[in-house]
Design a protein around this ligand. Sequence first.
Ligand code: KG4
Ligand code: ZN
Length: 352
Amino acid sequence: MLKIPSMIILGIETSCDETSASLLEVKNKKTKVLSNVISSQVKLHAKFGGVVPHLAAREHVKNIGSVLELAIKDFNPRKIDLIAVTVGPGLISSLLVGTAFARTLAWKLDKPLVGTNHVKGHIYSNWLAPMGTTRTMLPATIFPALCLTVSGGHTQLILMEDYERFTPVGETLDDAAGEAFDKIARILELGYPGGPAIAAESEKPDGARFELSLPRPMLNAKNFDFSFSGLKTAVLYLTRDLTKTHPLKKIRHDMAKEAQQAIVDVLTAKTIRAAKQYGARTVLLAGGVSANKLLRAQLEQRAIAEKIKFLRPEMEYTTDNAAMIAMAGYFEYAKNKKADWESVRVDANLAI
Ligand code: KG4
Ligand code: ZN
């Protein structure tokens, strides 16, 4: 059994294009996010249709000091018990900014520092209550849990047997689910990031004009891997054909809706199948794509039908944030108690 000590954790996240710092309190087996400041670079990268690594790093350097200042405001930094920073996976130049900053801070304040896995952070976002409110720590009876982690960089099914054991049971062979949303949005000229744009387009009350049918790649494959690049190519070819006779704006709604449905159908079916095979008590959703309302609703409905508990993060913790990193760092520390700033190293391809 993991001991749950009370402490204040400072989280720092810079793995991609969000600079974030957060204070998290764990007290009497309850969690409370005291602050969670996020400086997003979405507007900067939107012009380029995706994240430009060296520009992202430059923005992190520019913003990290003021983000930290806002996050700790009147709080006495001496009262921080632990610092947690994302060390991977992510963009190497972005990761280096947050890690160098956190190491310096830990040295200066003489506090323990743990390096945190970003994907574990997304999983632990499920432990967090809306900012300023408290939530009792999830009980060990949620395990074994099957986690669907879907973001711009990752799509994985992870079996979580307890706080310490994470076993990947399936992953994407090519594009991540978020990447598929982003690339399809680019084909449909819907802007970046693509996920929210496709979701918004699908929800428009436009009547259907076309009977579109896109593939559900690997839906019936026996393993728990995914593949989304074929779906993107199918969207490209179908859009190319249809725009010979119709303007793009007439096609967009139907194509966005069918593409979103195809992605959600595959993610839902394989997650539920894996949960049943591994005897999971809980299905847990995590990562940027977990903000997708259709995915949340469809997965919840299917899990409940199978009498499996369903957990998903609060909307405010779906995209990259430091509160989830503080939570993951807390468990890492509770497990290992290993936390000296000198041994914290970046690993852009860090596995779970
Ligand atoms: O976790 P995240 O913020 O960054 C990474 O670690 O990659 O995930 C970003 C991804 C983007 O690909 C974005 O398009 C997708 O999450 N996303 C969504 C939605 N909101 C964000 N995808 C589908 N529906 C959404 N509502
Ligand atoms: Zn992420």
